[in-house]
Design a protein around this ligand. Structure first.
Ligand SMILES: NC(=O)C1=CN([C@@H]2O[C@H](COP(=O)(O)OP(=O)(O)OC[C@H]3O[C@@H](n4cnc5c(N)ncnc54)[C@H](OP(=O)(O)O)[C@@H]3O)[C@@H](O)[C@H]2O)C=CC1
Ligand SMILES: C[C@H]1O[C@H](OP(=O)(O)OP(=O)(O)OC[C@H]2O[C@@H](n3cnc4c(=O)[nH]c(N)nc43)[C@H](O)[C@@H]2O)[C@@H](O)[C@@H](O)C1=O
Length: 318
């Protein structure tokens, strides 16, 4: 994959220390890209327009993967909507404007499956965008991401730039955020079950009713998809990146408990929100490009749990 890209050209991965950006950065390097650059948010705050302009003037990347964003799970999105909207709009506008101005050849903008209407027909096709109301727990974040999709389309229309947007489903893997207040469900459950097991608890608490369905894609599969998309995708419509299968939160909770080796009970805290009932992506367009998810959910959970044990020093001895 990626035969048509110039692997010696400078490629900037915005957000290269994050879950997605980290996987993309490693994948580009192992795939033969020789000039991959990244900046931490301390080195370059992408909300700062002047700093972003100066960075692009100096570095002149040929390709950009925009994986920097303010990101969080259902509770963080519901608690800090103003930050999610403001930070993400600023990051996107600054990076996309600077890319267009300095002649970046290709940009891949990453949105999220939450841009689609709450009650979109399942599996969700790309043309469901803007056909219905959004899920309230993450509408501010979704509106910011929709603005990014529209900006990519506008740059194509007004300036003829071949920039594209991809909408991944819920992601997980090495480098995930395991902070219980800010994280997504999968890393949260790994941590909760692990801690319950160490304490010898008889139960562990899962938010909501356990009935919502979610689809989980390993970030290494997503990283492969980004190169395929940079190479082969050139269309104004966002393209879905998912597995094509989903599970209930209860099923996920049971699988995590099984992988970690915890046989206590699962208790549901229904004071916490469920969010969208279901958001399974239709992945026929990306399958037609020759990409398919490869990492099975149970295997991915097992390797992510291993990563958690190795990288969170406090994980062993609670
Ligand atoms: N995680 C998921 O389930 C999903 C994620 N996505 C999308 O993938 C992308 C990446 O998400 P993910 O990797 O999970 O998120 P992470 O929180 O793991 O990483 C985000 C990265 O963005 C960087 N960043 C945040 N704010 C700024 C800023 N102001 N200036 C510069 N850099 C900044 C951070 O840099 P630093 O570490 O240096 O502070 C961080 O490394 C996002 O666009 C998100 O919408 C889409 C679908 C699902
Ligand atoms: C990627 C996506 O991520 C977010 O949307 P979400 O899919 O609703 O996010 P989530 O992973 O946090 O929850 C999924 C489901 O799981 C349940 N759940 C159970 N127990 C825990 C738990 O302990 N933590 C969390 N976070 N959720 C839990 C939770 O109640 C919900 O029913 C948005 O930020 C959105 O903007 C976005 O793009």
């Amino acid at each position: 994959m990626g035969e048509g890209l110039d692997r010696s050209a400078r490629t900037y991965v915005a957000g290269h220390r994050g879950l997605v950006g980290g996987a993309v950065f490693r994948h580009l390097q192992s795939d033969g890209f020789t000039d991959v650059v990244g900046r931490t948010s301390k080195e370059l705050d992408l909300r700062d327009r002047a700093a972003v302009d100066a960075f692009f003037d100096e570095q002149r990347p040929a390709y950009v993967v925009l994986a920097a964003a303010k990101v969080g799970g259902i509770l963080a999105n519901d608690t800090y909507p103003a930050d999610f909207l403001s930070d993400n709009v600023r990051i996107q506008v600054n990076v996309l404007d600077a890319a267009a101005r300095t002649g970046v050849q290709k940009v891949l903008f990453l949105g999220s499956s939450c841009i689609y209407p709450k009650f979109a027909p399942q599996p969700i096709r790309e043309d469901s965008l803007l056909t219905g109301v959004l899920e309230p727990t993450n509408d501010a974040y979704a509106i910011a991401k929709i603005a990014g999709v529209l900006q990519v389309q506008a740059l194509r229309r007004q300036h003829g730039l071949p920039y594209v947007s991809a909408m991944p489903t819920n992601l997980y893997g090495p480098g995930d955020n395991f902070d219980l207040k800010g994280s997504h469900v999968l890393p949260a459950l790994i941590r909760k079950v692990h801690e319950a097991k160490l304490r010898g608890d008889r139960e562990y608490v899962v938010w909501g009713t356990g009935t919502p369905r979610r689809e989980f894609l390993h970030v290494e599969d997503l990283a492969r998809a980004t190169v395929a998309l940079l190479e082969r995708y050139d269309d104004p419509a966002p393209i879905n990146v998912g597995v094509g299968e989903d599970v209930t939160i209860r099923e996920l909770a049971e699988t995590v408990a099984d992988v970690v080796g915890f046989d206590g009970e699962i208790v549901f805290d229904t004071s916490k929100p469920d969010g969208t009932p279901r958001k399974l992506l239709d992945v026929s367009r990306i399958h037609a490009l020759g990409w398919k998810a490869e990492i099975a959910l149970r295997d991915g959970i097992a390797s992510t749990y291993q990563w958690f044990l190795e990288h969170h020093a406090d994980a062993r001895g609670l």
